[in-house]
Ligand binder design. Structure first.
Ligand SMILES: C[S@@+](CC[C@H](N)C(=O)[O-])C[C@H]1O[C@@H](n2cnc3c(N)ncnc32)[C@H](O)[C@@H]1O
Length: 337
């Protein structure tokens, strides 16, 4: 009997497992420490942070499972809003590094397409190419050295992803990369850490994408201004990442999973239908009722209480998770509560 084909998440996990083989544990730990210090600093640099093989191996082992899951969640939300049966005919991943977003795209839409990864860090591209050898949908991907800046050119494509990159750029470069993405992409998906700063960068990008004539497909149910008062709160979501033993070794700790918080926006020129509402906090389950905090199509935040008397809808509310569309697709026709 043939072994079942691994999912992209499993294939990525297996590919990552071999990564630190041959790298002395001390060197791996030092590379992770350096990485954490650099990312904590969060200052844009004029040279790549990922300088050599141990940096990128540490990045891939330490961060890639989490960035993969965050991008995956954002793409799932976009896929639910996209026209039925749509899949991107081509994909460009800007600041793609070791390629987490390319794995996520191939997991969401498991069909062949031209894939291009742009990054200024050659060691990241080299490792990305190596990992991609174990994913047939990525084996023909092009890994191109390219610097984000005013001179960046991006070929026309169905889908552009920019995942966990904006925070490494100067304000001017953030503007140029989002504009280049909006020029080149029919759909643009941007993901950032789920922190107040990450959210602020997503909102700034969202404004630019709308100004470029795109519409928001997810997470917002509307393309109006974000109803969150700046500085008061931040829109973010959470994705569960199971940790391999390798991941535990590199990151320390023994938890079997961690929750990756992220903010995102998906904008498109396709005739997408955004969710009727989006659950923007963890639902609160009380006796006989579920409290849902929603972002609504009119561009406002509202609390909806779903009670046991609502039967099927109550059952759905009990199963609903932070980040889900509400009501669920099969119940959404003609209803907003
Ligand atoms: C935090 S990593 C994210 C990698 C990948 N997108 C992911 O989600 O795992 C940031 C990436 O942006 C790249 N980067 C940062 N500034 C850049 C620039 N000015 N030009 C090109 N790439 C850049 C880095 O080399 C790195 O690979």
């Amino acid at each position: 009997m043939n072994a079942p084909t691994p999912t992209p998440a499993e294939a990525l996990r297996t590919a990552l497992a071999g990564l630190l083989d041959g790298l002395p544990p001390k060197q791996a730990t030092q590379a992770v420490d350096r990485l954490i210090a650099n990312y904590r600093g969060r200052t844009p640099t004029d040279a790549p942070v990922l300088r050599d093989r141990s940096d990128v191996a540490a990045y891939a082992a330490y961060r890639m499972p989490a960035t993969f899951e965050a991008v995956r969640s954002a793409l799932d939300a976009f896929a639910a809003a996209a026209p039925e049966g749509w899949a991107p005919g081509s994909h460009v991943d800007i600041g793609g590094g070791t390629g987490a977003a390319t794995w996520a795209v191939s997991a969401t839409w498991p069909t062949e397409r031209p894939v291009t990864v742009l990054d200024w860090a050659e060691p990241a591209l080299a490792l990305g190419r190596e990992l991609a050898e174990s994913n047939p949908l990525l084996s023909a991907a092009r890994w191109q050295r390219s610097r984000i800046g005013a001179a960046l050119t991006v070929e026309s494509t169905a889908l552009v992803t920019i995942s966990y990159v904006l925070g490494e750029l100067t304000e001017a470069d953030r503007g140029s990369v989002v504009e280049a993405a909006a020029d080149a992409g029919e759909t643009v998906v941007i993901i950032e850490p789920g922190t107040p700063d990450g959210y602020a960068r997503v909102i700034e990008a969202r404004d630019r994408l709308i100004a470029a004539g795109m519409r928001i497909a997810a997470p917002c149910p509307h393309s109006a201004a974000c109803p969150i008062e700046p500085g008061k709160d931040w829109c973010h979501f959470s994705s569960r990442v199971s940790r391999s033993s390798l991941h535990r070794k590199v990151k320390g700790g023994s938890l079997a999973y961690e929750d990756e918080k992220f903010s995102y926006v998906a904008a498109t020129r396709l005739p997408a239908v955004p969710a009727q509402g989006r659950i923007v906090r963890k639902p609160q389950i009380r006796k006989g009722q579920v409290l849902l905090d929603l972002c609504e199509p009119e561009g406002a935040l509202a609390r909806s209480t779903v009670t046991k008397r609502q039967g099927v809808r109550y059952k759905a509310a009990r199963d609903a998770e932070w980040g889900d569309a509400w009501p669920p697709a099969e119940q959404s026709a003609g209803s907003t509560d």
